[in-house]
Design a protein. Structure first.
Length: 337
């Protein structure tokens, strides 16, 4: 079965072709990062208009790369939610329009489920069940994943997500937008021992997170500095990143112990962070469990994860549905096999 996947939930337009026998055949992505940088954040109306311009050319590029035609497509998957309503409507409209024109089934996919299942595209890939860490600009959650659609929330952030904390801290340090990647890069040249920052809820006894206080601690630290030169900025970045990695690693270890599972899957944009990967890999080596990540180019929002998740749902537990978008959508409400 050849599935076309369309992603347009926020500020990245992703298109991919996934074959259930041959695997991922092609995927293309356009990011709106440069366009939104001028405004210091995502402008929903601009995001929606840009998705409209990009989605069909990206679809044609995927078909050409895979040496396929529209008639070869067996099903179409699109991000139904959650996300920006106007942005979601772009992929939804194109998917359903193609579905009607080609006489093919169309299925809406939960954006977070796409992220959760994306490490299954890696080689080697995990198998069910596993603990999943979803860590991105909008979400920081730990889940027990027993199968497609069968997810149990173990813990989540009570305020800022990890990626959001990265971006807000970067803004305090005048690192531009989006600041998370810039902060991480600058941290590589910083002295992690110069400043000590708190590890909120690291030993709270549960699996929830809180990063707003860490951001506030950075603000207080910045205000105390008489002069923030390049090295001081790098040192603050290193201390901030180390605090994030320590908290996430501790919570992941607790989740592994609590569930008794032997596999940890990391998904979402912050999952590409090298220091986080190094910390989790070290912990896994010491505690004798395995960690899996999606390929780096599939960590951020992309069409490949939507095509793959759509294929899994069509094969196992869900039929095509009517045209709709769900800007707010509880992952726990999904049907499972």
């Amino acid at each position: 079965m050849l599935v076309l996947g369309l992603e347009s939930s926020c500020d990245e337009t992703g298109v991919a072709l996934y074959d259930t026998e041959a695997g991922l055949l092609a995927h293309h992505l356009h990011t709106q990062m440069a366009m939104h940088a001028e405004y210091g954040g995502v402008v929903p109306e601009l995001a929606s208009r840009d998705h409209i311009r990009r989605v069909l050319p990206l679809t044609e590029a995927c078909l050409q790369e895979a040496n396929k035609t529209r008639q070869d497509i067996d099903a179409i998957a699109y991000t139904q939610g959650p996300g920006l309503a106007g942005a979601l409507l772009t992929a939804a409209a194109v998917a359903n329009g193609l579905g009607v024109a080609l006489g093919k089934p169309v299925i809406g996919v939960h954006h977070l489920e796409g992220h959760l299942l994306s490490p299954l595209l890696a080689n080697p890939a995990p198998h069910f069940p596993f603990v999943a860490l979803l860590v991105s600009g909008g979400h920081t959650q730990l889940m027990a994943v027993h199968g497609v659609g069968n997810y149990t929330l173990l813990g989540e952030t009570l305020d800022d997500a990890a990626g959001e904390a990265f971006d807000k801290t970067a803004k305090l340090l005048d690192l531009g937008y989006p600041g998370g990647p810039a902060l991480s890069k600058l941290a590589d040249s910083g002295d992690v021992s110069r400043f000590t920052l708190p590890r909120p809820m690291q030993h709270s006894g549960d699996l929830d997170f809180s990063f707003a206080g860490l951001k506030t601690a950075v603000l207080t630290l910045v205000k105390k500095q008489a002069d923030i030169d390049a090295q001081t900025r790098a040192d603050i970045c290193a201390a901030f990143q180390a605090a994030i990695v320590d908290v996430i690693s501790t919570k992941c270890l607790k989740a592994m112990k609590q569930t008794g599972m032997q596999q940890l899957v990391v998904a979402g944009g912050v999952g590409a962070n090298r220091q986080l990967r190094a910390g989790l890999d070290l912990m896994a080596a010491r505690r004798k469990f395995k960690v899996y990540y999606p390929p780096l180019d599939l960590c951020t929002d992309n069409g490949a994860m939507i095509a793959f998740a759509g294929a899994q749902r069509l094969q196992h537990c869900q039929t095509a549905g009517p045209f709709s978008v769900k800007p707010r959508w509880d992952l726990a409400s999904l049907p499972h096999a």
